[in-house]
Design a protein around this ligand. Structure first.
Ligand code: AMP
Length: 202
């Protein structure tokens, strides 16, 4: 299979080509059509399998296809356990979205919040976040998730291992009921499936 067979828009295909990719990886082949259709996805994939592009590319396409006026609102939230992963996802969005007019920002703890707050206040379409800093900035009133359409829980197994389950549940309670959910984990142990069951709707 080729990327050109996945019904992707030209600006994204061009960016993928510039990255030097020709063939979608198995997780990309399997996930991208469902994400584009708007259904929930439960993806079992480890780092290194191309899972970041498997959710980033179709999210960019869905949001790029919508017209909107006024200030940008967070329409997609990607929750990931570590700062390194958050930065990596941000780089992927920048690469695959380089010919689109979407904006994203990355927030994580352990650093001064001011640059992150400034970026949020200028308006973003996609927010990449680690749970602690996300909740912190939500509590301070800097983040509204009322317009959220697509929620990604990345590396769910590591979220649990790192003790973020309560934070993740708090974030989920703040999301609109009607949304698309993408759930990725390297393993599917019973407690992961239980969490997936509380998040996935369709
Ligand atoms: P990930 O599993 O998302 O951490 O991605 C692992 C690496 O594979 C990253 O460096 C990507 O740039 C690269 N990659 C992702 N998709 C493809 C693809 N279809 N062809 C070649 N490389 C890819």
């Amino acid at each position: 299979m080729l990327f050109t067979e996945l019904n992707l828009i030209q600006p994204i295909l061009r960016a993928i080509e510039e990255e030097g990719y020709t063939t979608p990886t198995p997780i990309q082949q399997q996930a991208i059509p469902h994400v584009l259709k708007g259904t929930d996805v439960l993806g079992c994939a480890q780092t290194g399998t191309g899972k970041t592009a498997a959710f980033s590319i179709p999210i960019l396409q869905q949001l790029a296809d919508q017209t909107f006026q006024g200030k940008r609102k967070i329409r997609s939230l990607i929750l990931t356990p570590t700062r390194e992963l958050a930065i990596q996802i941000g780089e992927s969005l920048a690469a695959y979205g380089r010919h689109l007019k979407l904006k994203h920002t990355v927030i994580f703890g352990g650093v001064n919040q001011n640059p992150q707050v400034n970026s949020l206040q200028s308006g973003v379409d996609i927010l990449v976040a680690t749970p602690g800093r996300l909740l912190d900035l939500m509590t301070q009133g800097y983040i509204s998730l009322l317009d959220l359409q697509i929620f990604v829980l990345d590396e769910a197994d590591r979220m649990l291992d790192m003790g973020f389950i309560h934070d993740v549940n708090k974030v989920i309670r703040a999301l609109p009921d009607k949304r698309q959910n993408l759930f990725f984990s390297a393993t599917m142990a019973p407690e992961i499936l239980k969490l997936a069951g509380t998040i996935l709707q369709d």
